[in-house]
Design a protein around this ligand. Structure first.
Ligand SMILES: CC(C)(COP(=O)(O)OP(=O)(O)OC[C@H]1O[C@@H](n2cnc3c(N)ncnc32)[C@H](O)[C@@H]1OP(=O)(O)O)[C@@H](O)C(=O)NCCC(=O)NCCS
Length: 192
């Protein structure tokens, strides 16, 4: 079982517009700020998330049962306001224990400033440092093009397409894209 080293947090990130953003693991006292953050995320974006993030019960259960070996949440904050949330999800079962999935959401007011990329880089570094072999990123074709661009900019490549897997609010079907980033040489590649 991979162990995460989190001693370097909190970390400061200088975003593209000089705002000072702090990245650190989610803590129980962030419960209300996290709910407020998800309420600021547009409904269209929330619709594609895997859980009902505006439900106090759902968010409360995450916080009360926090288990980094299953889901490690990192948050980005400015002046105590959460502006992005990214998680590294693991499966404990043996056959999938070498990989992790990244999920990420950025406050619309803070998009295109490098916050999403910074948070994804942190999660990838944590995964790499803990000996994981690859990271997966799932997204909805046509509806999450920004996410595809962000993942591609970090070196993710498209692995497969699950046709017509996702239904939008109007009942139209969209492909699910699965992207992957092999670890091990990722940091060398990134620093090159
Ligand atoms: C995807 C998402 C997390 C990106 O966050 P972000 O903070 O805006 O992304 P960044 O500013 O760090 O951009 C990273 C890279 O992505 C690309 N990118 C991001 N937004 C883009 C856009 N609107 N158009 C084109 N490229 C874009 C760029 O290549 C950028 O690299 P650059 O800084 O060298 O230009 C954000 O749009 C979001 O929260 N979307 C809704 C939720 C979602 O789709 N999550 C993914 C599935 S879990």
């Amino acid at each position: 079982m991979a162990v995460y080293t989190l001693s370097e947090y909190p970390k400061q990130l200088e975003a593209a517009d000089d705002s000072v953003i702090i990245i650190e693991p989610l803590r129980p006292e962030n419960r209300d700020a996290l709910l407020e953050f998800f309420l600021r995320v547009p409904e269209d974006d929330r619709y594609y998330l895997k859980e009902d993030v505006t439900s106090p019960k759902v968010v409360g259960e995450w916080i009360d049962n926090m288990d980094y070996s299953r889901a490690l949440p990192l948050i980005a904050q400015e002046d105590g306001r959460i502006v992005a949330d990214g998680t590294l999800h693991r499966r404990r079962a043996g056959a999938r224990s070498h990989l992790a999935e990244i999920r990420i959401v950025v406050d619309p007011d803070y998009r295109n400033k490098g916050v999403g990329r910074a948070l994804m880089r942190e999660l990838i570094s944590i995964a790499e440092d803990s000996g994981l072999e690859k990271v997966i990123f799932e997204l909805v074709a046509d509806e999450q093009d920004d996410a595809k661009a962000a993942a591609s900019a970090l070196g993710f490549v498209q692995l497969s397409v699950v046709p017509n897997h996702i239904k939008d609010v109007r009942g139209r079907l969209h492909d699910l894209l699965i992207m992957e980033l092999p670890l091990g040489k990722w940091r060398q590649w990134w620093n090159y």
